[in-house]
Design a protein around this ligand. Sequence first.
Ligand code: SF4
Length: 376
Amino acid sequence: MKYVDEFRDGELAKNIAANIAREADPQRSYRLMEFCGGHTHAISRYGLADLLPASVRMINGPGCPVCVLPIGRVDQAIRLAREHGVILCTYADTMRVPASDNLTLMRAKAGGADVRMIYSTQDALKIARDNPERQVVFFAIGFETTTPPTAVAVRQAAAEEMQNFSILCNHVLTPPAMRAILDVESSGAVEGAVPLHGFVGPAHVSTVIGSRPYETFADDYRKPVVIAGFEPLDVMQAILMLVRQVNGGRATVENEFTRAVTRDGNLKAQALVAEVFELRDMFEWRGLGSVPSSALQLRPEFAGFDAERRFSVDYIAVPDHKACECAAILRGEKRPQECKIFGTVCTPENPIGSCMVSSEGACAAHYSYGRFREAV
Ligand code: SF4
């Protein structure tokens, strides 16, 4: 398949691995964060960490949409479905994110709440049109990739003057999260915060926002960034490019994923998002805590479609499960296998933390692929 097979060639992967091994200085350490869960999945699935020399370590970041969703946000959605009787629509992974009282949206549905899994925002609009007597709420989550379709839905609902459609907006932004991680690292405020030498930049997110927003990390934080596609050769090539930048004392933004990412990104999508959304002052992330200007809310002209206002459901912060290490894992400070309940109490069938829910989550990826490698 074009654009897939040529990026999964084993021989080429070995060549790139040999270049990395030759060029990486064994006396120094290269701690490279793959921000995005798609890269975490690719690294685990294709065993890429096994191809790297000991001096190069990949550190997973917080770029998995359901992983960064705090418990209190899922609680809000459950309250909407159970107490306000809305039809709550959301994407599949979100249905299994653990909430308070041992609940998930899936379990709330089993208990009678009207929770529906959808594939697109258009499905949610259709449900609203088909049920004019019911309130329909779309539980909107995700990074810059999933925000444009939500903006389209809100604009469509406004154009049709729909009175029974709203969104519970949890769209978050990549650059503020990267900044939060670097600020934690440089402040030394958190014990165990890892020093990072560079980022593998997101693929899909960057098709929307372009490479320009990462330039601050190179210019102001002196951290190299290489935007990479999700195929194994993309990731390996990005690692080689990062090693070369570190060796050369350079910090620039490079784009390995030129087949899809430009410096300016998708201007049409950006304009659409800017028309419908504005920055939230503060948003709580799982793992990163409250991060200023790191998420979106509806602009005042679309505020009638804001489920939080329509139903007066406030956000209430809830601590993670005591044994769960998701917060430290999302900051890159711990690995899944360092959680005491990994693979025993917490499995993809019974996730205790959010990192075990989606295939992009570090714990789920390690459970699916990495634990077998450790066993041999
Ligand atoms: S194994 Fe489960 S409980 Fe532990 S950090 Fe991962 S998701 Fe959280």
